[in-house]
Design a binder for this molecule. Sequence first.
Ligand code: FMN
Length: 160
Amino acid sequence: MAKIKIIYGSAGGNTEMVCEKVAGILSAHGHKVEMLKAKLTDPMKLVKGGEHGDFDLLILASPTYGHGQLEQYFDKFLQGLAAVELKDRNCAIIGLGDPKYDSDYHIESAKFIMDFLKKKGAKILHMPLRVSKCPLPLLIGHVDKWAEKINDQLKEMGNV
Ligand SMILES: Cc1cc2nc3c(=O)[nH]c(=O)nc-3n(C[C@H](O)[C@H](O)[C@H](O)COP(=O)(O)O)c2cc1C
């Protein structure tokens, strides 16, 4: 059983819906999953020994807004997270977007979070989950498959 934190920003609810699906699947595999809104979470609480620091996997999730930007509260959260040691800690990424807003920056949030975590020396599990357009038709067959892959990787690492 792994302790998993999912921290997300979601202005319109799509990212929250995707995170809930992922949380449901990972919980069904016996993991202890906690979802936290970036808007209400102090990044400093993720330090080891902090209120939210005891995790085996940290999943960071944000949609893309305003030509390749992160959701505003998630952006603020990530700026704070820069001060938190994440070296060798297991992380995974969820990014949402829609090419109709800006095809040059389609799901740029996933790339942004990936670059951030690489710089921090985090261990990134599997590939980022990228969700384009309305997530509803993708919850089964895309989102759930990603969550299963994450579970497989946790299993390989001895967390199940
Ligand atoms: C004003 C606005 C700007 C957006 N800009 C982008 C963008 O640059 N790239 C992208 O891939 N998606 C963009 N999107 C699409 C959102 O990322 C997408 O609708 C997402 O599902 C919203 O997630 P949320 O409901 O969790 O907030 C934009 C949406 C809006 C409303």
